[in-house]
Design a protein around this ligand. Sequence first.
Ligand code: ATP
Length: 573
Amino acid sequence: MTTSPPKLFTPRKRPGINCQTPSQYSTPKNFKKFQASTETPECFNNVLLETPKARSKVSKEKCDEIANLRVAIRIRPMNSSELATTGVEDVVRIKNNELIICAPKNGHGVLTDHIFQYDHIFWSVDEKDTLYTSQEDVFLTIGVPLLNSAFRGFNACLFAYGQTGSGKSYRITPRFCRELFKRVSEIDKDCVVNVEVSYFEIYNEKIHDLLANPSHNSAKVPLKVREHPVLGPYIVDLTTHSVTSYEELRSFLLLGNKNRATAATVMNDFSSRSHSIFCIELGQCKGLDDTDNSRRSKVSLVDLAGSERLSSSFNNEERMKQALSDQRKGQFVPYRDSVLTWLLRESLGGNSLTSMLATISPASTHLDETLATLRYACQARSIVNRARINESPHDRLIRELRSEVERLKALRRDYERNSVSCPIPCNENDTRELDDVKSKLSQTESKLMEAQRIWEQRFMETKETQMKELAEAEKYKAELESKVRILKTASDEITLSPYKTNFLEELEGVLTNEKENVGNIDIVEVVQSWCQERGFICTCTNDRLNIIDVSKHQQASFEMVGNCKCRKEINKN
Ligand SMILES: Nc1ncnc2c1ncn2[C@@H]1O[C@H](COP(=O)(O)OP(=O)(O)OP(=O)(O)O)[C@@H](O)[C@H]1O
């Protein structure tokens, strides 16, 4: 028998429902007051307010940004198996931006509503609903701010968290990546943008590269995590791939998903136990005219294991919770106890602007897991990240000085405007303050000019060095290519060309003379310099010397006997 889902937005008249609306005690303080003033009769359902402690303010400090982890909840429609379950109820409501779980009666016949507050609640249950949140809306609300952060040079991270089948993978990655490349194409032409991707999974505390070449060692053995003193944790030998278009990026994403799926078919219950992380590194380097120049940011799209499995992925669930939410100063957070928390250290309480998308089903059959997910997501809201723009200290100094100049200019304008509009002559204090601002402004402007001069000088030096290195590399490449070409031609033609001239006799003569004159000679050195003089190609392997006279299509090979001191001619054609 199929149970049709009850209507979702007309609050059901539940027997004995509490007549207080949740918004009346939307803060823990109000709730306590309410609790003290009224005792809920046994026949009424209790209401638990599960809102986390007050959020710290988002503040801007020069180029650092302090922000709580932003948490969004998404509720998916019931699936066919949930709808087919006898007695299934939908237990999720949204009212006044609060998410309410209407729990069925407990063992004592008491109903308990649980109320949660988040940064965003996405109701994706019924398209016909006015509150319906589409994929595009989700992207605009949580994806776009992360993209903005990444282009400003901040690290960004998006977690998907929830029970298996709750909709974690049904998210916004393709939109995110498409928009990223759209923005890249709109960036000024004088800015060099570089996008690299990597994709790995963590299963049973072991890291596997999802984009490694199958013949490569890193595709077979688990990879190791190391700690860089400045950049933090990183994975040794993880492959990164440069991509220049959304299509290219998508092909890597699909390849990684395919590799993940292959593992899933081999290992039972794999997808709910493995965490996957898709990383996009965005490098932006602007030209000389723009001092707002080079920045590098990392976007991590993290798919956590099914929430019901998380405790087994972490040795101890408490530790994971602690790692996710314990932000008290000086508190030891046991990141090293788990590869995942260690790797995500920067995203959880570090240098990153992070959001979590927690996904739930509205079905009463998943009530326990839904409540666990919602509580966990609540805890995550108290994580505070301090993100900074990833740039060189010099670039940072210039940017700070620029903003200081702007501030002082605005201040000077204000003073000057006031003095013009004010009919009464300025008093002494105002004049002194204006002079003070003017002098600070001129000092800061000189500092800025000096910093810019140094920056330009360094830029030119670096550019020059790079140009030289590039020229060297080009030269070396050309040489190699020409050698390869010559060797190829030679190897094609040598078989056809008999030994015609007497260069071997000549060489033999040289060697005999050298031996007689010097005694114990190094045959390799002598032969090499002899070849060089004549423009022959000389290659040396363990016990053999090969000489090629390309112009005459001839080759000879020597076998070296003993300590390279004797030689034996073995081939003349
Ligand atoms: N918001 C949504 N709207 C419509 N269908 C959805 C939504 N979210 C998920 N689904 C559907 O629910 C099913 C399960 O979703 P999904 O694969 O994203 O779950 P999951 O949490 O990633 O599962 P797993 O942990 O096993 O990887 C899919 O068929 C998906 O299409």
